[in-house]
Design a protein around this ligand. Structure first.
Ligand code: C2E
Ligand code: CA
Ligand code: CA
Ligand code: CA
Length: 279
């Protein structure tokens, strides 16, 4: 057992070392990656349960790394959060979103919103909010198509900055969604303190929804609480038709997940919009 333990220890050490060296590499590659436009967006459609129409999309970042290939956010976001570089990435993705809204303006549905993820540090930063204020002056129509997705962590840390920034977004007519609802602090008591437009119910509540269990009760309670607070609900991670129907029944407003569509390349996303519009 002792030998096994030691082997495991050695294995653990070398794993740590590997991780450490990739971390250093990714952080080092970041500046160049931004300049070289290696970060790209995938667009996952958001469907209104009542309208059955595309009401928006969420931009999800990918890193097209020249040596490591296409990297998923889980492999680099935690590293960039630690190094502080996430603030720069958030701003980059916001700029990308706005530039696409400008490019797509001719064919986007009227009430279409583009959801952008922002980290806790990014949302508390001056740059992010200042950029939105500048863009609002350029085109209020474009910025009013934005929805910023923040997490519960953002609300808890930096309460003062967050309250101020949420007020600014409201004045700019930019929507705010609370992402991953139910996974973090999940204190329902603070919900009314902030002006939020959407609650995004985490995939973990949507998983196994087709089975008879307490998840339906929890979802029902969350959706009704949100309704009472005039907050809309989005369910993420919908993978089956059963989950889709159940969530519609519960009264959820918006659905997202592989059952509707995977995150798409911008060209495929355009096709998706056209096909849904003209079946
Ligand atoms: P998230 O914001 O909760 O995004 C939803 C994640 O669930 C995405 O993973 C999406 O591809 C995945 N997903 C959507 N529908 C389904 C489904 O039906 N089944 C399953 N199994 N998964 C589904 P992704 O793209 O890997 O992103 C992971 C996380 O990385 C995001 O979670 C978000 O927290 C973060 N992220 C992504 N893009 C950005 C960004 O531009 N900025 C920041 N700060 N974070 C980002
Ligand atoms: Ca999100
Ligand atoms: Ca989410
Ligand atoms: Ca999630």
């Amino acid at each position: 057992a002792k030998l096994k333990g030691r082997n495991q220890y050695v294995f653990f050490e070398s794993l740590q070392e590997t991780n450490k060296s990739t971390n250093i590499k990714l952080e080092y590659d970041f500046e160049h990656a931004i300049k070289n436009q290696e970060f790209i967006g995938r667009y996952q459609p958001l469907i209104g349960f009542d309208s059955d129409e595309v009401e928006g999309a969420e931009v999800l970042v990918r890193w097209q790394h020249p040596k490591l290939g296409l990297l998923q956010p889980d492999t680099f976001i935690p590293i960039l959060e630690k190094s502080g570089q996430i603030v720069q990435l958030d701003l980059y993705m916001l700029k990308l979103a706005i530039s696409n809204l400008n490019l797509w303006t001719d064919w986007l549905p009227d009430k279409f919103k583009l959801n952008v993820n922002v980290s806790t540090a990014g949302f508390a930063s001056k740059e992010f909010i200042t950029y939105l204020q500048e863009q609002h002056l350029k085109s209020a129509e474009i910025t009013s198509r934005l929805c910023v997705e923040i997490t519960e962590e953002s609300l808890i840390l930096n309460v003062d900055a967050v309250k101020k920034h949420l007020e600014i977004l409201k004045s700019l007519n930019i929507l705010v969604a609370l992402d991953d609802f139910g996974t973090g602090y999940s204190s329902l008591s603070y919900l009314h303190q902030f002006s939020l437009d959407y609650l995004k119910i985490d995939k973990s509540f949507v998983d196994d929804l087709n089975e008879v269990n307490n998840k339906v009760l929890i979802l029902d309670a969350v959706v009704n609480l949100a309704k009472a607070l005039k907050i809309k609900t989005t369910a993420e991670g919908i993978e089956t038709v059963e989950q889709y129907q159940k969530l519609k029944e519960i009264g959820c407003d918006v659905g997202q997940g592989y059952h509707i569509s995977k995150p798409l390349l911008d060209t495929d996303f355009k096709c998706f919009i056209f096909h849904r519009g003209n079946p």
